[in-house]
Design a protein around this ligand. Structure first.
Ligand code: AMP
Length: 299
């Protein structure tokens, strides 16, 4: 089964204690696609400006990503700049230039509308709902969000949560959204709004998967090789969705494994800047690390 992602395509500038890069390939939809494609065919909807090199588009096509939904508009591509502190678990957004993303109202190509698995990467909940409304009854629709929408478009976000099957959110956002400092309470509160699946990501502390009234704690892969956490959340989501699309099964056990594989992909993503780690990463390495994590988490 295919998976559809609607999200940003970006030039990122990133500073961490271990290095810095300027105007490198980034964006939620790009990270998602790089990760998901190890598991299932990917369809991408996004926007770039006329400064976006064709070789980046070709790179996606070479990875079996269908870029029919990638629109080129006059103007500059979205740019994001972030800086990480020593803990690498929190970051500061230094600069955002929306550029062509600012006026983009995604139109899902007709040939994509029946895609059974869909991920609405971070964007305004109103736009995420606009996308969802174009889809023909997906089997699984999952969304991401971020701090600005939790305060500024809260009502719309609640409406979205009633329409989707899943949400991936980080711990700080879950606390901000619910006002609950206990993450188990926060996760339960969000599932009570509507989504069957809620994943609260805790960075290097792993994640909590809430499904059908049960909270499943999952560890992160223990690693010291952390150079750039950018895109970890999107690659996590990419594999979670790609795994589910490949399995075409939404049982609790399969969802738990999908989250475990997502965790593993996040651990690869953070080893290097931008998409560099994906240049050499093989499916065998992913499977080996997943087996290792399963073994580590067994009691
Ligand atoms: P993550 O680290 O998984 O949260 O994803 C980081 C990616 O999200 C970067 O490559 C950014 O280009 C992209 N990004 C950051 N802020 C935004 C935003 N406001 N809208 C869309 N994409 C964003």
């Amino acid at each position: 089964m295919s998976v559809l992602v609607v999200g940003s395509v970006a030039f990122d500038s990133v500073e961490t204690p271990f290095g810095a890069v300027d105007d490198v390939l980034g964006g939620s939809a790009v990270y998602f696609s790089h990760a998901a494609r190890y598991f299932s065919p990917v369809r991408l909807v996004g926007v770039v400006g006329d400064d976006f090199p064709e070789e980046h588009v070709q790179r996606l096509k070479d990875m079996n990503v269908d870029t029919t939904g990638l629109v080129r508009m006059p103007g500059k591509t979205f740019r994001w700049k972030g800086r990480y502190d020593d803990s690498m678990d929190s970051r500061e957004t230094v600069d955002v230039q929306l550029n062509v993303l600012g006026g983009f109202r995604p139109d899902v190509p007709e040939s994509f509308r029946a895609t059974p698995y869909i991920f609405l990467a971070n964007s305004s909940p109103a736009l995420q709902r606009h996308v969802l409304a174009q889809m023909h009854s997906p089997k699984l629709a999952v969304c991401d969000t971020m701090n600005i929408w939790l305060d500024n478009e809260r009502d719309e976000l609640v409406r979205l949560l009633r329409e989707v099957d899943g949400l991936v959110i980080n711990n700080a956002e879950a606390v901000q959204f619910t006002g609950e400092t206990n993450l188990v309470a926060a996760g339960n509160e969000i599932t009570a709004i509507g989504p069957r699946i809620v994943v609260v990501k805790k960075g290097s502390n792993g994640s909590l998967l809430f499904i059908d009234g049960v909270c499943h704690p999952l560890p992160a892969y223990p690693t010291t090789e952390v150079n750039d956490p950018t895109g970890a959340g999107d690659s996590f989501a990419g594999v979670m969705m790609g795994y589910l699309a490949a399995a075409d099964d939404l049982s609790t056990q399969t969802i738990k494994r999908a989250v475990l594989f997502g965790t593993v992909m996040a651990s690869f993503n953070i080893e290097d800047f931008s998409m560099r780690r994906y240049d050499t990463l093989t499916r065998e390495e992913i499977d080996r690390r997943a087996e290792e994590l399963i073994e580590l988490a067994r009691f």
